[in-house]
Design a protein around this ligand. Structure first.
Ligand SMILES: *Cc1c(COP(=O)(O)O)cnc(C)c1O
Length: 309
């Protein structure tokens, strides 16, 4: 079938024909092509047309499509079974590769998506701080959990929505917004509200490419220390990309919790949140914060991440 017929067929069964809204090309002004395969910097549609792919799956494919080393790791690991629902040493290997350069991150837990990583990090931060209210920045995207779909960018902004329908007002009211690179806007919110958690993209990739001002990030860190606020640095996009240490390699600003995704899975479903021992040990089974996943730490996905890093 050609692109058009494939897209029609998809639309009959999948809302909008896509499993993630940006793929519908809403603002591109044409129908999306349907992918057959990718190779290096190129992607090929079902009609055999070749495109130079600047998107690279929105972040994970730092080595391009179908990288030989990652492919080999995936195939070899897949032959031993696709999922165990029990732990494998591959998880410890990827954990040590992610954490080895960060002396301020003691422990990590893997999830299957960046959305889960930030959602879980926020739950943990709320438990640690004992405060429900969180602050995020306009234009930053942290996935599609209820607490964070408050004026979110990325998919949601493609359609010009300030937030998503279906997010309870009771949830949204605990999320406050400040302006990126505007420390006064943060101070204004903190002066009026008992915020326990701040989450930020240290390099805002989801509203174009807006780097944080170094002084802004440093002041944000100082404010969090002063008010005992948990700072979540969301490196799902910048991690292992902006530098080997992500934004930390550029700014030297430490998160109390740091989220990773995209590159650490090499194209498979891997994300993670990491932090100091005292915070991370609050997660079940050691602590009272529940967090889980049938495919978390999936062996094939871990193998892709290990090959990638
Ligand atoms: C992509 C992204 C997420 C969400 O990750 P998913 O795997 O798409 O759920 C979260 N935060 C940032 C900064 C991202 O770029």
């Amino acid at each position: 079938m050609n692109n058009h017929d494939e897209f029609l067929a998809a639309q009959k069964l999948i809302p909008g024909g896509v499993d993630s809204p940006v793929r519908a090309f809403g603002n591109v002004g044409s129908e999306p092509f349907m992918v057959d395969r990718g190779e290096g910097s190129y992607i090929y549609d079902v009609e055999g047309k070749k495109y130079l792919d600047f998107v690279q799956s929105w972040g994970p494919l730092i080595f391009g499509h179908a990288d030989a080393d990652i492919e080999r790791a995936v195939v070899q690991t897949a032959k031993k079974g696709l999922s165990f629902g029990a732990s494998s040493p591959l998880e410890t290997q990827l954990a040590s590769l992610v954490l080895k350069n960060f002396d301020f991150l003691d422990k990590i837990r893997f999830t299957s998506s960046g959305t889960e990583a930030t959602m879980s990090a926020i739950r943990l931060a709320r438990a640690f701080s004992g405060r429900d209210k969180i602050l995020k920045f306009e234009g930053c995207y942290h996935g599609h959990s209820d607490s964070l779909l408050v004026k979110a960018g990325s998919g949601a902004s493609t359609f010009g929505n300030a937030s998503s329908a279906g997010v309870p007002q009771d949830v949204a009211k605990n999320t406050y917004l400040a302006r990126y690179n505007d420390i006064q806007s943060v101070k204004d919110v903190l002066a009026q509200n008992d915020i326990g958690t701040i989450i930020i993209e240290p390099i805002a990739g989801n509203m174009g490419l807006v780097p944080a001002d170094p002084e802004f990030l440093t002041e944000l860190r100082a404010l969090c220390d002063e008010k005992k606020i948990v700072l979540i640095i969301d490196e799902v996009m910048s991690g292992f990309r902006a530098s080997e240490l992500g934004s930390y390699g550029i700014y030297g600003v430490r998160g109390d919790l740091v989220t990773f995704g995209k590159v650490i899975g090499g194209g498979m479903s891997v994300a993670a949140f990491a932090g100091k021992r005292e915070i991370m040990d609050m997660i079940s089974p050691l602590g009272a914060v529940y967090q889980a996943g049938t495919l978390s730490g999936n062996p094939v996905a871990m193998a892709a991440g290990i090959a990638s890093l």
